[in-house]
Design a binder for this molecule. Sequence first.
Ligand code: ZN
Length: 504
Amino acid sequence: MTRQPFFYDITLRDGNQSLKKPWNLTEKELIFNKLVDFGVQGIEVGFPASSELDFQACRRLAEISTEKTVVSALARTVEKDILRGIEAIAPCKKPRLHTFIAMSPFNMKYVLNKEPHEVRKLAVDAVKFAKEKLPKNGEIEFSIEHFGDCAENIDYVIETLQEVVAAGAHVINLPNTVERERVKNFVNLVEKVYNALPKDIIISVHCHNDLGMATASTVESYFAGATQLECSLNGLGERAGNTNIYEVAVALHNCGVDVPLQLNHIYELALTVSEMAHVKIAELAPLIGPQALAHRSGIHQDGAIKTKDMEKGAYRPIHPTLIGRKDDEKIGFTSQSGKTAVFEIIKDAGYPITMQEAVRITPFVKEAAEKVGELPVRNILDIYFEKIYNIKGDFRLVSFEKLAENVFNLKFFHKDKFFEFDGHGNGPVDACLDALKQAGFPQKLVNYKQSAIDGELFGSGAVAMTVIHFEDKAGNVIVSRAKDESTINANVKAIFNGLNLLSA
Ligand SMILES: [Zn+2]
């Protein structure tokens, strides 16, 4: 099949709205730029009518977009939502307004409390209104929320869609808003709509993963006629998430479809998004999970070794390098290797690291590899310890001592100036930050985590590890860590490592 799929990413809207701590503008911009580099053709940036903050974010992303990417805003079938949406995306080269309403009998009756003919009028009127208000280069996407529940009234849905198309919609999106039953039944409905509408109308699917079959529904819908595939990075989304874009992209690639994405960005994207969203990648997650391409049993290892340099492997769906993962057979690091290799080598050796930290130390590892060729793991770990646990900079800790319950004395240098303050707070982290604030160095703490780790790895007894997340002035979250036999020292060292990173 030669038809190229159109990847429409919903991480910044559907994904972001499901996060415990939604992203700020700096974070949204970072994800937006990564999506553009990845190659998705459409990005839904938000729901501008939902808040002033969301409006501003959509507006900003619309401003930085280029003609390479369709930028879309969500709106209910309400005139003020539509106007606000159009206003937000007005600066972009390829604006799209996405409006939606539910049409399943269940939802119309119990949620919307409307008769089918009323819902049809709202849909058609919204599309007419949007067409009138959108600039000439604008497109309209229309979604039937709960399309997956529309088997019993599919004739009504199709008639309504024909009117919606006549009113000016360019893209018809068919969501499986809640995944309740068979993939085949959903795909049959998609095929019915595809056959009933003019061929210049783009059919889209948007599948949620409630039963773990969203990828299957999306891939099979593509073969049934859907060209636009709505997916998200790491499958972020409400409940069990949206369709995972990596799985769909690789599945279609394996089927011989021309997939216009930079597949080798996948692994790094997955790690970065997981850190930014604070949503862990599951151990067994397809493609990107820690175990996804590992072989444990002897039979599997034997088959893996016999086929290791072949594109098709005995016990793997892809060669790991397709998605930018390290090839397991090569454990050394050369100057040609990158940040994901640094990340995996350190993680495989048993040490904690985040993708942000891997990015930070990669230039040093590369520099060392340029001198010696293939760099042994031991040398990479030396760099890891030096650059992650002992960050040099303007701040130098002298001492931190407990004076009384919740009172700690902090002594430190900033450049050549000595400071001493008693900090008060609920625990050592709080007290240290209080002392720093009194000294004129207030910090914004986003997250703090303390854990005990295996001291043997570090050549000592039990070790406490503290991980600190500070937010810098631009809104970026900076990760720092430290280890010590005392939990209090681990806390304070992690804070000072963070201060030196921020002031670098
Ligand atoms: Zn959704």
